[in-house]
Design a protein around this ligand. Sequence first.
Ligand code: COA
Length: 246
Amino acid sequence: MAPYDTIKVDELDDRVVVTLHRPQSRNAIDAAMIRELHDVCGGLEEHPRLLLLTGAGGVFAAGADIAELRARGREQALRGINSRLFDRIARLPLPSVAAVDGYALGGGAELAYACDIRLASPAATFGNPEPGLGILAAAGATWRLRELVGASVAKQILLAGRRLDAEAACRLGLVAEVVPADDLLARAHALLDRMARSGALALRLTKLVTDAPGGHPVTDDLAQAILFESEEKRDRMDAFLAGERR
Ligand code: COA
């Protein structure tokens, strides 16, 4: 993957670690960061691996870049500049984990919502202050946040400016666990290690079916039919039956 200006990327065999890095703007998501994250997605689609997404400097991301938002009009909104990237991240073949330290606001929160699992430091704060800027949280919060925490809490955040601290986010199920900031990345890697021990195709199809709109037993059966024919399934079951535990 190319050298980047707004993110740091560490490529490992089974995962890619992306750190949002625009410290002067609290990691606000600008057009360059969008382009660079699309490039990372392209690499992950071509060569599926797990994704760990985090922010530098004690902040996840303070939102979309407000100076750029200020200049955008109807045409840019219809291009779904942020929402298409976040949908692409949500649809990555293998699971993603967001490790959130500090602010995840506006588009930054929506980016975290697009990941499959979130871990937080005690300083994490989630919020969608977009109406205060005269706009809508249009990159997934209106529906993805509702799916994650339910309509009542989503409306408190979206309409009444409620910010969730780490403890509330954990209680409401938005984050899986609150971990001291110094341990956050290690814990996220441990979670990814756990996932990496599963069959990659099984993880991929489980994610695909879990995210399939509406759900349908036929989809489950078709995905299972593919997995039942896989060499990996036979190997893993043989290993279990031979007494091996992973
Ligand atoms: N877009 C562009 N620039 C941003 C930004 C954003 N979303 N969030 C922060 N910045 C910039 C500030 O303008 C400031 O720039 P400056 O040093 O040139 O003045 C710099 O980042 C530091 O921000 P500051 O507000 O001084 O830091 P803080 O630690 O006191 O507060 C926040 C952090 C996140 C609470 C605060 O920056 C904030 O409220 N940001 C906007 C959040 C928001 O409304 N997001 C929704 C956008 S969709």
